[in-house]
Ligand binder design. Structure first.
Ligand SMILES: NC(=O)C1=CN([C@@H]2O[C@H](COP(=O)(O)OP(=O)(O)OC[C@H]3O[C@@H](n4cnc5c(N)ncnc54)[C@H](OP(=O)(O)O)[C@@H]3O)[C@@H](O)[C@H]2O)[C@H](O)CC1
Ligand code: K
Length: 488
């Protein structure tokens, strides 16, 4: 599957490009409506059930009329309700309505009575304000029926570009999108309301994407697989990087999990720098770990003076005191790649400026969840994706905004949306493993944007393979099996 996600504006541009290439609007709409009818039929394999199709005043409604025609031709009982006047339908939607030979009723809540399946064709890409009035009543009534809903393009009321709900939206069983997915198919809350997303080929040539500046991708191995570090028979451990992790004194599990994850991802060596009192804890936890006691930030600087220590992880379990602050500022100044996580966001709450002044740049990755994000960046306006983009741009670093739809954002605005994380990943230590996984890739010289994206996907895949009941320790152990499947 192509990894591109197209914005609403890009989708309209793809439409226009297809038409310029000689594919007519009705041809596209015919294919779109046929795909919707197919989705409806898939919901009732035992045969026809009554279908109510609610059509809006634009081309989303046009797709609904085409679906109605195909279902009726296949012997399905169909009722069509239109929001607005049939005579007002223009362009392709007018064509589709004219080709529908059955009655067109006013769209009312009553039309839903007795429906076995509902098609939501009220609004798609053209939604331009919050839904209200009759449209909202219809959406709420659809949601209240409990019947399967097939949404055309997006559930009506969802903003295609950011997945936000504008007024209200009914949860679909299947959402049929066209040509390429939109952000709303992957971003919550839209993603949660789309049900199963099926992207139909409606005849738009793939090549139209080449002329577009597509900057949103579905995160997966096709995006970064070629950038993964490969092993050569002549490698020695220093070829594979030396990661440095600041270990805390009390919450030692965080750095231990991260260090183990970095080793499992292939880092040649991993050193944990910690207070002398914690030395034993780290040393006994893993024989393959190098443990260096440090008395203060100067001790960390001394470790950094060895340039072979090329990637740094700061934050997990580190405590948000002066040591973390000093170490972070000097690591940023030391021209390394690294990951900033966890206690960093408390330590530098509201103080992005200090991180920037110290040298934060695109070799660094920040991995906040929503609460941590707010601590560092404050209450930025806009959708989650807009806020993440703004934060990446303001910080100059790669931003990994963690959540069920983790966003990996480059300061230049490119964004990868992750979609493979199962709910069981929300467990203690899981974030520390993620930070360590990314660190392991950075140590091997992978670029920060790709390392962040690969780490996030790999972590999701590890969660999927371990399944319900996983603990963070399980994630590190399944890393090599995933590597084998990606690389061979
Ligand atoms: N390549 C493709 O993706 C194809 C997509 N198709 C389908 O076309 C729609 C997009 O069609 P469009 O006509 O541009 O837009 P919509 O049908 O989604 O909506 C526009 C009409 O809805 C009115 N509107 C918008 N928001 C509201 C609201 N909140 N409340 C009430 N009415 C609203 C708008 O009215 P105005 O007053 O603003 O004029 C329009 O009348 C896409 O989603 C696909 O389903 C093609 O079929 C094939 C190619
Ligand atoms: K819709």
């Amino acid at each position: 599957m192509a990894a591109e996600i197209l914005t609403v504006a890009q989708m309209y541009a793809a439409d226009r490009a297809a038409m310029a290439a000689g594919i007519s609007g009705p041809t596209l709409m015919e294919a779109a409506g046929r795909a919707v009818a197919r989705a409806v039929r898939s919901l009732s394999p035992d045969g026809p059930v009554p279908v109510t199709i609610l059509c809006g005043p634009g081309n989303n409604g046009g797709d609904g009329f085409v679906a109605a025609r195909h279902l009726r031709a296949a012997g399905w009982p169909v009722r069509v309700g239109l929001l607005g006047e049939k005579s007002a339908l223009a362009g392709d939607a007018g064509w589709a309505a004219a080709a529908w030979a059955g009655p067109v009723l006013p769209a009312t809540v009553r039309l839903l009575d007795g429906a076995g399946i509902i098609v939501d064709a009220l609004f798609g890409a053209g939604l331009n304000r919050p839904v209200g009035g009759v449209a909202l009543d219809l959406i709420m009534a659809m949601a209240g029926t409990g019947k399967p809903i097939v949404a055309v393009d997006v559930p009506s009321g969802i903003n295609g570009d950011d997945g936000t709900v504008r007024g209200g939206a009914a949860p679909a069983t299947i959402t049929v999108g066209f040509f390429r997915p939109k952000p709303a198919h992957y971003l919550y809350p839209g993603r949660g309301l789309c049900g199963r997303v099926e992207i139909a080929d409606i005849g738009i040539p793939d090549a139209v994407v080449n002329d577009m500046d597509v900057d949103i991708l579905i995160n997966g191995p096709s995006v970064w697989g070629r950038a993964l570090p490969r092993r050569a028979a002549t490698d020695h451990k220093y070829h594979r990087g030396h990661a440095l992790v600041l270990g805390g004194t009390i919450m030692t599990g965080a750095a231990r999990l991260a260090a183990r994850a970095a080793l499992r991802m292939g880092a040649g060596l991993v050193t944990v720098a910690c207070a002398p009192s914690a030395h034993m804890t780290y040393s006994l936890s893993m024989p393959s770990l190098i443990v260096q006691p440090i008395d203060d930030a100067g001790g960390f600087d001394a470790l950094l003076s060895d340039t072979r220590r090329n990637a740094v992880l700061l934050g997990p379990g580190a405590g948000s005191g002066p040591l973390l602050r000093k170490v972070t500022l000097s690591a940023l100044a030391a021209n390394r790649a690294g990951v900033l996580d966890a206690d960093i966001f408390t330590c530098f709450a509201g103080d992005l400026a200090s991180l920037r002044r110290a040298g934060l740049n695109g070799d660094w990755i920040m991995t906040p969840h929503e609460g941590e994000f707010r601590r560092l960046f404050g209450d930025l306006p806009g959708s989650r994706a807009e806020r993440a983009r703004r934060a990446a741009s303001d910080s100059g670093a790669i931003l990994v905004m963690k959540g069920p739809d983790t966003l990996i954002v480059h300061p230049d605005g490119r964004m990868r949306i992750n979609h493979n994380a199962p709910p069981c990943l929300a467990t203690a230590g899981s974030g520390d493993v993620l930070a360590g996984m990314i660190l392991g890739l950075l140590a091997q010289g992978m670029g920060a944007f790709d390392a962040a994206a690969a780490g996030v996907w790999w972590h999701g895949e590890a969660g999927r393979r371990c399944g319900a009941g996983l603990i963070a320790e399980d994630l590190t152990e399944i890393i090599p099996a995933i590597r084998r499947d990606i690389l061979f």
